[in-house]
Design a protein around this ligand. Structure first.
Ligand code: AG3
Length: 280
């Protein structure tokens, strides 16, 4: 009988996701975190940081398309875009589908994430070599605070708010994002699951709302993340996605995002509306 190998992410002390592993392709202890690249039967190759699933070949399109296109289509002509985190390159790949984008920067704290993704996740990291992409290995909090150019869109593609990503959920960080954006700039951040991380979600929403005049939360289904239902929070200085998104023409290929989805994702179940109403 062949040996079965399984990986479990303990998403909470009482809940987990378990995937059968074909092969472990790479593991290392980086200066920032434990990194693993595993080949799963169900979802293809998977990047794991500190025991938490970051992305898989089969469902990454949902996360990366929804993290980027909702904001990039809300902005009338995004030219300069910054991704904080997201060292796998999936967000950059989607951003560069927009013809107006002249420069897409990625600031990732852990160079090992970029290297491992380049080696084992070519379909996700492919656009990192595009002439319009620039990869910077640095602390995103510091990079945004010291930014000397202004961006149209800043996207926060972080891990959960433990370890290196804690600062990316703080109101001080959202303030420096606001400063680093042009007068009609847009922030979008991944803000975790409304079933599993209610506090993170509502605190992040309130923090963004305390800085930006327009704040909108939207949802997408990502099967390998805790509970499968995931939230994103947009902070915008001028453009309201609800007013503009359904009119924007989609001029490239996607697997999840459609103009209809750009509208529908803002329809929130009652319990999620309640989460963002509560405040602190
Ligand atoms: N960043 C969001 C990962 C959060 C998942 N959380 C978890 N599995 N507990 C993903 C980075 C992809 N570019």
């Amino acid at each position: 009988m062949e040996m079965e190998l399984w990986f479990t992410e303990k998403q909470t002390p009482d809940l987990g996701i378990t995937l059968r592993i074909k092969e472990s392709l790479h593991t290392e202890r980086t200066p920032y975190q434990d990194l693993a690249l595993l080949d799963t039967v169900q979802f293809g190759r998977m990047l794991v940081l500190d025991g938490t699933v970051q992305t898989t070949e089969r469902d990454e399109f949902v996360y990366h398309e929804m993290l980027t296109h909702v904001a990039l289509f809300t902005h009338p002509e995004p030219k300069r875009v910054l991704v904080v985190g997201g060292g796998d390159g999936g967000a950059i790949r989607e951003i560069l589908k927009h013809p107006s984008v002249e420069k897409a920067e990625l600031v990732e704290i852990d160079g090992a994430v970029v290297e491992t993704s380049r080696k084992y996740l070519p379909e996700i990291s492919c656009a990192l070599d595009d002439a319009r992409a620039r990869v910077i290995i640095d602390d995103g909090v510091k990079y945004v605070r010291e930014a000397h150019e202004k961006y149209d869109v800043i996207i926060v593609d972080s891990t959960d708010p433990v370890g290196p990503a804690v600062g990316l959920f703080a109101v001080e960080f959202y303030r420096s994002v606001f400063e680093a954006l042009k007068d009609d700039g847009i922030l979008v951040a991944q803000t975790e699951s409304p079933f599993v991380n209610q506090n993170v979600l509502s605190h992040a929403y309130q923090a963004v709302a305390s800085v930006f005049p327009i704040t909108r939360l939207y949802l997408a289904s990502i099967p390998t993340y805790p509970s499968g239902l995931w939230s994103f929070t947009m902070g915008s200085k001028r453009h309201d996605p609800l007013a503009v998104l359904s009119d924007r023409e989609l001029n490239f290929e996607t697997k999840y995002y459609t103009p209809e989805m750009g509208k529908a994702c803002f329809a929130l179940p009652r319990f999620v509306q309640d989460l963002i109403k509560q405040g602190r």
